[in-house]
Design a protein around this ligand. Structure first.
Ligand SMILES: Cc1ncc(COP(=O)(O)O)c(C=O)c1O
Length: 418
């Protein structure tokens, strides 16, 4: 019937102009999602701020958008910090995460005077303190704690259960705080928790927050430690397929903020500044990936397989987590009749299946397939597996596409190989 138009652009034309596979991001959608979070958090309550989880999608253009919108940045590696620094991202608005930061990464963070380090262990806290002393600088620290709440999400993206590799178990927090209160160069400001990713409702967030508030009151009563900052992580879910119906983001954030206010005023505890650090919510639905169909074959007993020119290297989430996606044929949008089809990637892995059993118009080699909701953890998790170059990223603003990250060439791919 026609061509699919997304964020004001005919995406078949984008595929023809920029090639495939192609990540397409909508700056308008990203901006609107940042503003939605800010409206229900930063602007609604005092001393609340949003830090974008750059692990979900990081490019120079993304940093420009974040700076324009006055949003903070959560980084987890020297590489993420490097780009932020190269773009003069305000250091005081950077939160340095990571459960296994190297000494060199910590050094980079101290040299750039990042606003805060989130420590995953006492050992790391002591290292930061020592390294800050050697540089005659100070550092702010939050301790990442593990609330012990099992997340209702895929086990690889649940991070706050008992025995998690992340954070400090609750029973060890008092000792960690006692040590933190005596540091000479680093200043312990409070706590961080993150329940995991892609949550459909707020129950795990609220349960974790209640536990962490109990902890805040315990260390206040027993050690006299005043929590000045509480980082409540990210994890707000998005709809990858129609059957997923996440609660709106304000129904995560508002009850959490109100719970903190009530708890602190009931117990007479000073209310901490609050931080949230969403990634997927901001960029997930703001991106699609375009592919060109290649080989189409009917396999008796299995159905129709359509191979595309990408797959695992540009989207490992299906193989890693069994992630579900929705797709359409961009140059046959609205066409019928529909046929049960499985869209497979081009890698030598049986698990490289982008979408199993989806109803799509009959596909032929050369058709353009658009997979929806690929803005988060796709470009950022991409790899050169099977020596496939990393696709380009196109950013659309006001219906105008611009090349944001150029396609990796074969030369780029091998440029570090001596
Ligand atoms: C510590 C931390 N904060 C924030 C996030 C962002 O999570 P999401 O993209 O689900 O909002 C993550 C991602 O797993 C994380 O590990």
């Amino acid at each position: 019937m026609g061509n699919f138009v997304w964020s004001g652009c005919d995406v078949t034309e984008l595929a023809n102009r920029f090639g495939t596979p192609l990540y397409v991001m909508s700056e308008d959608e990203i901006t609107s999602r940042i503003r939605t979070i800010k409206a229900c958090f930063d602007d609604r309550y005092e001393r609340c701020s949003t830090y974008f989880a750059s692990k979900s999608f990081l490019t120079r253009d993304m940093l420009r958008i974040l700076m324009r919108e006055g949003t903070g940045l959560d980084v987890v590696s020297g590489g993420e910090l490097y780009l932020a620094r190269a773009m003069d991202f305000p250091p005081d608005m950077i939160m340095f995460h990571g459960n296994s930061k190297t000494a060199s990464e910590i050094g980079d963070g101290l040299d750039y005077h990042v606003g805060c380090f989130v420590c995953d262990s006492v050992e790391e806290m002591l290292l930061i303190d020592r390294m800050a002393g050697l540089r005659s600088v100070s550092a702010n620290i939050l301790l990442r704690v593990t609330p012990g709440v099992e997340g209702h999400t895929h086990k690889y993206i649940a991070t706050a259960g008992f025995g998690s590799k992340f954070g400090i178990p609750l029973e060890m927090v008092n000792d960690a705080v006692s040590i933190g209160m005596k540091l000479g160069n680093a200043s312990l400001r409070g706590f961080h928790f993150h329940v995991g990713s892609q949550f459909m409702d707020n129950s795990c967030h609220i349960a974790s927050l209640e536990i962490v508030l109990g902890l805040i009151s315990r260390v206040y009563g027993e050690l006299g430690f005043v929590t000045s900052t509480l980082d409540m992580g990210g994890g707000f879910g998005v709809a990858y397929v129609d059957s997923e119906q996440p609660q709106p983001v304000d129904s995560f954030i508002c009850p959490m903020t109100e719970l903190v206010e009530r708890f602190c005023s009931d117990l007479g505890i000073p209310r901490p500044s609050l931080v949230t650090e969403p990634g997927r919510f901001i960029v997930g639905p703001a991106g699609i990936t375009l592919y060109t169909a290649g080989s189409v074959k009917d396999v008796p007993g299995a159905g129709t397989y359509v191979g595309v020119d990408g797959g695992y290297p540009d989207n490992p989430r299906t193989a890693l987590y069994g992630a579900k996606y929705d797709a359409l044929v961009a140059n046959k949008y609205g066409d019928g009749p529909l046929k049960r089809t499985t869209i497979v990637g081009k890698c030598c892995e049986s698990g490289d299946i982008l979408i199993r059993d989806i109803n799509l118009p009959e596909i032929a080699r050369g058709d353009i397939i658009a997979v929806k909701c690929t803005g988060a953890y796709n470009y950022s998790m991409s790899s050169n597996y099977n020596k496939n170059p990393i696709p380009a990223v196109v950013m659309i603003k006001d219906g105008q596409p611009r090349l944001s990250v150029r396609r990796q060439s074969y030369e780029d791919m091998f440029s570090a190989d001596i």
